[in-house]
Design a protein around this ligand. Structure first.
Ligand SMILES: [Fe+2]
Length: 301
């Protein structure tokens, strides 16, 4: 989000009055272990009317309507509205409760609008189970591929920093992981690989089994190809997630593990900027229709 976007978001925020989000419906269906769902850039607000709260509920209800249900959900950062307030995380816990109740296992990631220490107060068990101390790092095991969830929040920088950085401690851990794993894996960060070019090159170089890069942050269904220049020309596909709720492409993405490749599919419900209350532009609907249902294959070798 650039400065203009931030100001527009903030003005939409200040116009709002105090109304609570709609309730997410509960459900009871079987789970598909080869299916995960990714939601990103939720931007949930804990104390005021904020369109993202209502949009988030709509996105989660769409997910709960899937049959079978995904066994896993990855929340790819920017859980909190703007600056990672405790009340944002408390509200997020409430909004996502029907997902937990439906037996879908949630993995949380950090984005630039999150604050690690505040998140850890509300989700202490998840923070404690991190693979790397001082960061929020986890490995999600699908039947044939691992999703390595890294933490690109650069919290030491200025207050509303939108850049991403993966710490040295995480890079060391990833190098060990890449050197020892026997399974294909995708690296997942909130920020995209073009924005963190040096890190993306390092990540690709950790192993030939590093086969894909998944990111949020851009609020856009974005397809890209990263290349390993050192090792005889290897291509790693990159897939960018829509926002679940705030602005841009709005929806979620399913990741289906097909044994020798992963199939990403976007469910794009809407497209708007900066909020659904602004006068609709025809281009929003054109973009939504083009994206909705699009499928991307990422091979494991
Ligand atoms: Fe972000």
């Amino acid at each position: 989000m650039n400065r203009r976007e931030f100001i527009l978001s903030a003005s939409a925020f200040s116009l709002a009055s105090c109304v609570h989000a709609q309730k997410v419906a509960s459900t009871d269906k079987r789970h598909d272990e080869s299916l995960a769902v990714i939601v990103s850039d939720c931007h949930i607000c804990g104390d005021k009317k904020w369109h993202a709260n209502d949009e988030m509920v709509k996105t989660l209800n769409q997910i709960l309507a899937l049959d079978p249900l995904p066994a896993k959900m990855i929340v790819m950062g920017d859980i909190a509205a703007l600056v990672g307030l405790k009340k944002d995380y408390i509200e997020a816990k409430k909004v996502f409760k029907p997902i937990v109740d439906a037996g879908i296992e949630i993995s949380w990631m950090m984005g630039n609008h999150d604050r690690r220490d505040v998140f850890a107060e509300v989700f202490p068990e998840w923070a404690k189970s991190s693979e790397v101390e001082g960061s929020i790092v986890h490995v999600v095991k699908m039947p044939s591929v691992d999703l390595v969830l890294l933490d690109s929040l650069d919290q030491l920088k200025k207050k509303n920093n939108h850049d991403g950085k993966v710490s040295e401690a995480q890079i060391k851990w990833l190098e060990k992981f890449g050197a020892s794993t026997k399974r294909p894996f995708f690296v997942c960060t909130h920020h995209d690989g073009r924005q963190m070019k040096k890190f993306a090159q390092t990540a690709i170089g950790t192993s030939k089994l590093m086969r894909g890069y998944v990111h949020g942050h851009r609020h856009s269904w974005m397809l890209d190809a990263l290349h390993d220049w050192k090792d005889g020309g290897r291509l790693v596909r990159s897939v960018g997630m829509p926002s679940a709720a705030l602005w841009g492409d709005i929806g979620f993405v399913t990741l289906r593990d097909k044994g020798d490749y992963a199939e990403f599919k976007i469910y794009e419900r809407d497209c708007f900027f900066p909020s659904p209350d602004f006068k609709r532009e025809e281009s929003w609907d054109v973009l939504r229709k083009e994206n909705d249902g699009a499928v991307v294959k990422v091979l494991y070798k």
